[in-house]
Design a protein around this ligand. Structure first.
Ligand SMILES: C[S@@+](CC[C@H](N)C(=O)[O-])C[C@H]1O[C@@H](n2cnc3c(N)ncnc32)[C@H](O)[C@@H]1O
Length: 271
């Protein structure tokens, strides 16, 4: 998927937007409210964080020279990481203006120029959003669980498809279709920094940084159906993995690795 380095200033934030900036929804105020504590969690060095990042980055692979759209970027940690790994041009987007403000503030201190990395507010279910130049890679870390309906899940996949070049990839880190959220392991809080409370149907309350946030679990068939309807193919599920440079982590996190609540998904836009 390697491409030649490209002009970087073409990924103007929200160029191609045909709808106004999203009105706040139930989720945006949630992250607007607890951005600071969420950022503390992302910056913590928990055993889970090492597995989460290693698994995701392994599935993403080499990003040198790539154009990337990072959906649900939060305070931008994944976008900054991919920039440091050589991505040529990145746009990080999030529904929450407060998270985007935090991402921009971090960028000021990180020294990654706005000619290479920008952030903007965007609802990832926007049915019209289209960048002027399609990207090689769409990343979405913890976006898909915020799809409250199958239609919203399909809209997220459709936005990814619309903005990917033919042959481009989507890599998402999401709630595992196989996990039993009604029986969360009691070690989640200490080892992962979050916990779950099952609600009705496929809704789950994520308890993180002292806050309760609604997320939704989707089964494998629903993912496959929504992806296909959006025009994406080659659905793959990537099991979580331990970084080899952290000896001892596999034993410490054996309970989680044998029954993980999260998983990595990838798909391609056909050539
Ligand atoms: C758990 S945070 C993940 C942030 C970042 N990807 C990370 O891994 O640190 C989830 C983010 O999803 C965003 N989000 C929720 N629904 C969204 C939507 N429909 N469109 C875009 N972002 C959304 C929230 O505002 C929040 O910043």
């Amino acid at each position: 998927m390697r491409i030649a380095r490209i002009e970087m200033n073409v990924m103007a934030p929200l160029a191609g937007r045909t709808t106004p900036a999203p009105a706040p929804t139930a989720q945006a105020p949630a992250y607007d409210r607890f951005g600071a504590t969420y950022q503390d969690w992302t910056e913590s060095d928990s055993p889970y964080r090492a597995i989460e990042l290693y698994s995701f980055l392994t599935a993403v692979g080499d990003v040198d020279g790539l154009r990337v759209l990072d959906l649900a970027t939060g305070e931008g940690r994944i976008a900054r990481l991919l920039a440091r790994r050589g991505a040529a041009a990145l746009l990080g987007t999030d529904l929450s203006p407060e998270m985007v403000r935090r991402a921009q503030a971090q960028q000021d201190t990180d020294g990654i120029g706005t000619d290479r990395l920008r952030f903007a507010v965007l609802d990832a279910t926007d049915p019209h959003f289209a960048l002027p130049v399609q990207v090689d890679l769409v990343t979405a870390m913890y976006l898909l669980p915020y799809a409250a309906t199958e239609a919203a899940l399909q809209a997220m996949f459709a936005l990814a498809e619309r903005n990917l070049r033919p042959g481009g990839r989507l890599v998402a880190y999401t709630a595992s279709p196989d996990y039993d959220f009604r029986r969360p392991d009691p070690r989640l809080r200490s080892h992962c920094g979050f916990d779950y409370r099952a609600a009705e149907g496929n809704r789950v309350e994520l308890v993180i940084a002292g806050q309760h946030v609604d997320v939704w679990q989707w089964d494998r068939d629903t993912h496959a159906r929504a992806l296909e309807a959006a025009g994406l193919s080659e659905l793959r599920w990537h099991p979580l993995r331990c970084p080899p440079q952290r000896p001892g982590l596999a034993a410490e996190m054996a309970f989680y690795l044998s029954d993980p609540s999260c998983i990595v998904l990838s798909a391609c836009k056909p050539d």
